[in-house]
Ligand binder design. Structure first.
Ligand code: BES
Ligand code: ZN
Length: 688
């Protein structure tokens, strides 16, 4: 987690150095964790090389200046000593390096679009075209270019050309003039990226990106051998590119026309620091008017190895929380694959390049961290060493990517039966003219020729709740409206946007008065009609002679007098007490109730305690108190509400007691005397 402090990749090298020809006297800057500084300097000194200059150190990260030719040594050292990649980042300018000292680019939380799941017909049609054999064939073809190193590798360029041609053929077979397929060349290295674009029919300026990386790497050889070493990268990342390639193939084959522009991207130079995606993301940031505004990015990197029991993991760092939530819902709704969250701890793939430019990015991954494919970055990352030697695992990710495409890209597949039929909907409860109290279930039945996507529940015309699956219902707390006449209705919608609403049904809300009044026999506040709530109101505010507390001590039959020390609302007082059923229905034996006590805590709240008690028989000459839970401590000075729940026993008149006192030890006694202590009892009727 050392690297969390680093800004996202600006230009970084993983276990790699620039080729010997480029590595002359140019000076570059690296950022690395300061704990690695000593061993790095020692090792440079021992080998007789110039020791890199320390430019600045902050927050545990050091900026060093060195010759580009020394990068390979740093890379080797980091790999040997820390046994992993991504150990340092390279920057071309001192400004860029210093910028990397700033805190890490946080995962983004902003939402640029509304995330809805209402394009099921397109999702399911795309699903019907996805083929394991086709995915397998693409992985086989790509990994047959056994070297796809970003620079100086002929076969890496051939792999890009092959993919461009393959995608161009998909588009040509579908006769699509709204689709372009092109190489995206990079000036600093030889391998091009490849981009297929389907122009959106409704909002072409909004862009959805689905990407993976074309390049591969063998980290077991020295830098000069990397452009020729065997690095089939079947899982990392022929699998990801094949996954998005299959989705593009099916989108073409089915005639899918997205509402937003969709760009399928196979990036060059990921393995050496996310360079290809960084260039493309920066270009989009620089020219939104020509390249469009990116509203969502899905990265596919390693999809064909089943490393864990859980089928899909979602990376939560350097990604967008809102889009991740959408992706999770989409996976649950359309695939049912088991899923969990993971973190990389650093910008581990191209999603981080987009996240760094402020775009919402997500990455569904093949395994829990450290259970992923052990063969990556070696000559053994082959299809045979992927799960089952086939592409069934990648097929799952193709379904996820297809659902993402249809639900974020929206749009249609021409020829799909268009649904113009409204759903039917009717209210099953409450009955017309019913009198309701507390929490009441509003339920509806709904049907549709294609499928009901949701039922919304309206009270007095305003949306109060939504139900996505049958049986459609909503628990409405009628205590949120005034007593009297109100209307309820239900509105059903289908995924094509057709909807129907029931006629409004009138019900009478009749929640009994919830404030108690003083009872001169019991000598405290009492709610004598059975209700779902009983509230002391302001009757208990203050303590005895130290405040406005009316009719103190407000304890059953006047027992347990209040303390008389201190001053009102500086020293302790038990100010208000309320009891209510959790389910909103009237008090009855066996019901869960919540007791809320609002107290005035002393300046040092840790020196105060609250105890809550109940009695099943408030009218007994000597009520028996049972403690609810244990002593509670106020969390702040001044007015604080503390609460606990218990189950009502039988008894027609019950009571709760709140004892607020000065003292920091626990007690089970319902009447501890002290000059600052205050007890108040609230009596309430319980139906039988
Ligand atoms: N596919 C890997 C990332 C990966 C590997 C994620 C294992 C999770 C588990 C990717 O191609 C890669 O190797 N990335 C580099 C990133 C660096 C060059 C910025 C890495 O992780 O070292
Ligand atoms: Zn990868």
């Amino acid at each position: 987690m050392r690297w969390k402090k680093l800004a996202p990749v600006v230009l970084s090298l993983c276990c790699v150095t620039a080729s010997a020809q480029e590595a002359r006297e140019r000076e570059v800057y690296i950022t690395l964790g300061s704990e690695a500084l000593d061993s790095l300097r020692t090792s440079f000194r021992a080998s007789g090389e110039t020791v890199p200059t320390l430019v600045r150190e902050a927050n545990g990260v050091s900026v060093l200046k060195l010759r580009e030719g020394q990068l390979g040594d740093v890379s080797r050292l980091m790999h040997d000593q820390y046994n992993r990649c991504a150990g340092f980042m390279t920057h071309e300018t001192q400004e860029a390096a210093l910028a990397a000292l700033e805190p890490a680019q946080p995962s983004l939380t902003q939402t640029l679009v509304s995330y809805t799941l209402d394009n099921a017909a397109v999702v399911n049609t795309l699903f019907s075209g996805l083929q394991e054999a086709s995915l397998r064939s693409t992985i086989t073809s790509l990994s047959s270019y056994t070297n796809r190193y970003y620079n100086g590798s002929t076969s890496a360029v051939q792999a890009s050309n092959w993919l461009r041609d393959t995608w161009a053929a998909y588009a040509a077979n579908a006769n699509r003039d709204d689709v372009t397929v092109a190489l995206y060349t990079h000036s600093s290295w030889s391998q091009p990226s490849v981009i297929a674009t389907i122009t959106g029919t409704v909002t072409p300026n909004e862009v959805v990106v689905i990407g993976g990386h074309l390049d591969s790497i063998n980290i077991n050889v020295g830098s000069s051998s990397r452009p020729t070493a065997t690095a089939p990268g079947a899982d990392d990342d022929a699998s990801g590119v094949a996954t998005l390639s299959e989705v593009f193939r099916v989108a073409m084959a089915k005639g899918y026309k997205p509402a937003r522009t969709v760009k399928f991207m196979a990036y060059a130079a990921e393995e050496v620091g996310l360079l290809g995606s960084q260039a493309i993301a920066q270009a989009h940031k620089a020219s939104p008017s020509t390249l469009g505004t990116v509203v969502g990015v899905l990265q596919l990197d390693m999809t064909n190895y089943r490393g864990s029991t859980v089928e899909v993991t979602l990376v939560t760092d350097n990604t967008n929380a809102a889009q991740n939530a959408f992706l999770g819902n989409l996976i649950d709704t359309y695939t049912g694959y088991t899923r969990s969250n993971i973190t990389c701890g650093y910008g581990c793939s191209d999603h981080a390049s987009w996240n760094a430019q402020g775009y919402p990015a997500s990455i569904p991954f093949e395994a829990l961290m450290n259970q992923d494919n052990p063969y990556i970055h070696t000559a053994n990352d082959t299809l045979a060493n992927s799960t089952g030697g086939n592409a069934t695992n990648a097929l799952k990710f193709a379904r996820i990517a297809a659902a993402y495409l249809a639900e974020l890209g929206k749009g249609t597949i021409p020829g799909l039966p268009t649904d113009t039929t409204d759903p039917t909907v009717s209210l099953s409860s409450p009955a017309s003219g019913a009198t309701v109290t507390g929490t009441v279930s509003i339920a509806a039945t709904a049907t549709d020729n294609v499928g009901v996507s949701k039922v919304e529940f309206l009270v007095d015309g305003a949306l109060k709740g939504t139900s996505f699956a049958s049986p459609y219902s909503f628990a409405w707390d009628s205590r949120t409206v005034a007593n009297g006449s109100h209307t309820v209705a239900a509105k059903a919608s289908d995924s094509a946007g057709n909807s129907a609403t029931t006629t409004a049904r009138t019900v009478t809300v009749s929640n009994v008065s919830t404030s108690g009044t003083y009872d001169s026999t019991l000598k405290t506040v009492r709610c004598s009609a059975v209700a779902a709530t009983c509230d002391s109101g302001t009757a208990f505010t203050g303590r005895g002679t130290r405040g406005p507390e009316l009719s103190y001590p407000n304890t059953l039959r006047g027992t347990c007098a209040d303390g008389s020390g201190g001053t009102f609302h500086s020293d302790e007082s038990m100010d208000a007490l309320k009891v209510s059923t959790v389910d909103g229905t009237p008090f009855a034996p066996g019901k869960q109730v919540k007791v809320e006590a609002t107290v005035w805590a002393y300046a040092n709240p840790a020196s105060d305690r609250l105890e809550l008690f109940y009695t099943a028989n408030a009218t007994a000459t000597t009520p028996v108190w049972t403690q609810i839970g244990t002593s509670l401590t106020p969390t702040a000075a001044g007015a604080v509400t503390l609460s606990a729940t218990y189950t009502l026993p039988s008894g027609t008149n019950q009571a709760v007691r709140a004892q607020f006192r000065y003292g920091s030890s626990s007690t089970t006694s319902p009447c501890v005397s002290n000059e600052y202590n205050d007890r108040d009892d609230l009596v309430f009727a319980v139906g039988q």
